[in-house]
Write a protein that binds this ligand. Structure first.
Ligand SMILES: [Zn+2]
Length: 679
């Protein structure tokens, strides 16, 4: 499923879904200022470092809370949101009269079971034993396919993954997709590069410790950990690189089941799919055919005992957050503290709240929007989106590098972009999800199998166009290439992104750029390969495609030359997001110019509307990150670090030069011929 999001959720392993953390702030009754001037630092020259000009006092006054790897505007709203969700859960939890089987009963019992640390600690890892028995029962590699199917249906990882999603050649239908998987570190290179030797050593220590916690003696545990690293290293060597996996032409490879079976003769796919809960398949998309083919050899050359140890490790690892504290703590020590630099684990209530929200998202979302999403916000948002669509259309018509033929196709695609704002029209039905007060582990597993059944039932059926891939309480937004739609959950419609009381310059520089960003994803280096119906179908003339490539490569080069605190950005990995940021800025700017406010050109707080537009943009990316987080981000994240999304993106925005008088001697300056000019 390819959904290009504005940001990605922070990767904090241990907890399945991340919750949020504190920073006491009284609820503001009065109007939130359009721009918090006290967050800026006007002693910084905006032409030298715009990110710090717009945010430096905020950056200095907002230390990263111990439980975060990085903290910014998104996480600030997350925290506020978490309080709202906690209130909903509290309200529901106090409802002792909730009817058995109602969503209130489910939210209440899910949360309360998760908070029952006494029971959870008493159980230790005993709830894993039935799954260990599955693995112990494996006496022959020929049985592996069936076992792996059962494991995947129960939410445990291993070797690869499957996901029902749109058929890229016929986006109306859902087909099965098969992808590489099975690694436990953050990237294939973590296993292969010299620089990550320490990470591998720590990983082996961590796996050893986890095996010790399930009663394996120290020497045997260490031996298991080493062979698991060796096996995963083999998987890593055969894995497609992240940059390549962004290319839909490389990851779309329809295969019949017979062809798939031929590529991996020792793995019985029919048995696998039947046990994974999938309907019988005739064909599917194999995202990484070389990787899948390599599995045959890897499995053949690996001792059965090592495969069993690997599968047990996947079970322990995937369950750590639901087991006793020793497991959650050990998992945090490696995945949170070592990999991302977090100083403390989130308190239990935050972790459980996150998991409850992850498993019963639309049940909570339904209550959330009733309480916290005003109808005016939706109307204002729809108006903004309409204005942005007009502005992007005008920009496409005026492009000097694109032929009329391709322009007509681009405009047709833009016309067809579907828009969703706030919350779904149709809510998810949780009737079949069983939740009891007895066991947190069991509830989470019920939620996982409930989700698996839901997903697998989609295969071979038409796409449900009403479905949302984010809950309304998620602080984010996305573009789906196959649905050709942009989606803005209720929760992102808050300051600093969106402020009902702010001047237009501030809203266009904030949520306006976010809207433009998502729209531009339809035309980034991935999105441009999909047509107006969401099909992978080339609509470009050869000449225009070549010019587009040249222009996007200029942007890739600009980002590859940029670093944040010494962490070099990968311009190819982040290309789609950077195209979207630059496009978003241009489109929002043009849309703003059409407003009466822009025409009146009145300064507020001593800043011109143009300046306020850019300051607002700088503000949405305010963010403090730990070094370890940045180190992981530049390797794994398709989004550039926040500082680059401001200081590098603005370098290609001509109106920014006028607004802040940027001169050749300034750091923000890029010579006109070196700037990226795409949409
Ligand atoms: Zn994006």
């Amino acid at each position: 499923m390819k959904h290009t999001k504005l940001i990605i959720a922070m990767m904090v392993a241990g907890a399945m879904i991340t919750g949020c953390a504190p920073k006491e702030q009284e609820t503001k009754k009065e109007v939130t200022p359009a721009i918090e001037l006290s967050n800026m630092d006007t002693t910084v020259n905006p032409a030298e470092d715009f990110f710090r000009y717009a945010n430096n006092n905020w950056l200095k006054n907002t230390p990263i809370p111990d439980e975060y790897p990085s903290f910014g505007a998104f996480t600030e709203i997350d925290e506020h949101n978490e309080k709202l969700i906690q209130d909903i859960i509290d309200e529901v939890s106090n409802d002792t009269a909730a009817i058995q089987g109602s969503v209130s009963q489910k939210i209440r019992d899910f949360y309360n079971a998760g908070m029952d640390s006494v029971a959870i600690n008493e159980r230790g890892y005993s709830e894993l034993l039935p799954y260990f028995e599955w693995v112990d029962g494996l006496t022959d590699k020929a049985q592996l396919a069936a076992l792996l199917g059962k494991m995947h249906a129960n939410g445990f990882g291993g070797f690869f993954s499957i996901i029902p999603s749109m058929d890229p050649k016929n986006a109306e239908m859902i087909i099965m997709h098969l992808y590489q998987g099975g690694l436990s570190l953050t990237d294939r290179d973590d296993y292969l590069k010299k620089e990550t030797q320490e990470m591998r050593d720590k990983y082996v220590e961590h796996v050893t410790n986890m095996f010790k916690l399930v009663g394996v003696d120290a020497d045997a545990a260490a031996a298991k950990a080493k062979s698991i690293l060796k096996l995963e290293t083999e998987l890593a060597k055969n894995s497609m690189r992240r940059v390549d996996s962004r290319d839909p032409d490389k990851t779309f490879n329809m295969r019949s089941i017979k062809e798939l079976q031929k590529s991996t003769p020792n793995f019985n796919w029919e048995e696998y799919f039947a046990n994974a809960g999938s309907p019988a398949l005739e064909s599917l998309n194999v995202g990484m055919p070389d990787y899948i083919a390599s599995l045959n050899k890897v499995i053949r050359n690996t001792d059965l005992q090592v495969i069993k140890d690997y599968l047990k490790w996947k079970i322990i690892h995937g369950s750590a957050s639901m087991l006793s504290d020793d497991f959650a703590d050990e998992s945090f020590n490696f995945y949170g503290r070592f990999l991302y630099g977090q100083q403390a684990q989130k308190p239990r209530w935050r972790r459980v709240l996150g998991t409850t929200d992850g498993c019963l998202g639309e049940a909570i979302g339904q209550i959330y929007v009733q309480k916290h999403f005003p109808a005016e916000a939706k109307e204002r948002m729809e108006q903004l989106i309409a204005n942005l669509r007009v502005a992007l259309g005008e920009r496409i018509k005026n492009l000097d590098w694109m032929s009329d033929e391709t322009k007509a196709k681009a405009l047709q695609k833009l016309d067809c972009v579907n828009v969703k704002v706030g919350y779904p029209n149709k809510w998810r039905d949780y009737t079949k999800l069983e939740v009891t007060p007895e066991s947190y582990f069991k509830n989470v597993h019920n939620a996982i199998t409930f989700e698996n059944d839901y997903e697998m039932a989609k295969v071979g059926k038409p796409v449900d166009k009403e479905e949302w891939y984010m809950t309304p309480q998620t602080v984010n937004a996305y573009y789906s290439a196959e649905m050709n739609e942009i989606v803005f959950p209720a929760a992102i419609l808050q300051p600093p992104f969106f402020n009902m009381d702010a001047d237009d310059a501030v809203n266009y520089g904030g949520i306006g750029v976010v809207i433009g960003h998502e729209m531009t994803h339809g035309f980034d280096d991935q999105g441009c390969k999909y047509d107006e119906k969401g099909n992978l179908n080339n609509w470009w003339t050869e000449e225009d495609a070549a010019k587009f490539k040249e222009r996007t490569q200029q942007l890739a080069k600009l980002f590859s030359e940029f670093n944040v605190r010494g962490y070099q950005i990968n311009g190819q990995l982040t290309l789609g997001e950077n195209i979207a940021d630059l496009g978003g800025l241009n489109v929002a700017w043009d849309a703003y110019q059409m407003t009466d406010e822009a025409k009146a050109n009145k300064s507020i707080d001593g800043f011109t509307p143009a300046q306020r537009f850019f300051i607002s943009y700088g503000t949405i990316w305010r963010n403090n990150s730990r070094d370890k987080y940045l180190e992981r981000q530049v390797v794994t994240d398709v989004h550039s670090p926040a500082e680059a999304r401001v200081n590098r993106a603005l370098g290609s925005m001509s109106h920014f030069y006028e607004a802040f008088d940027i001169q050749p001697e300034n750091k923000m300056y890029i010579a006109p011929e070196g700037r990226a000019n795409i949409w």
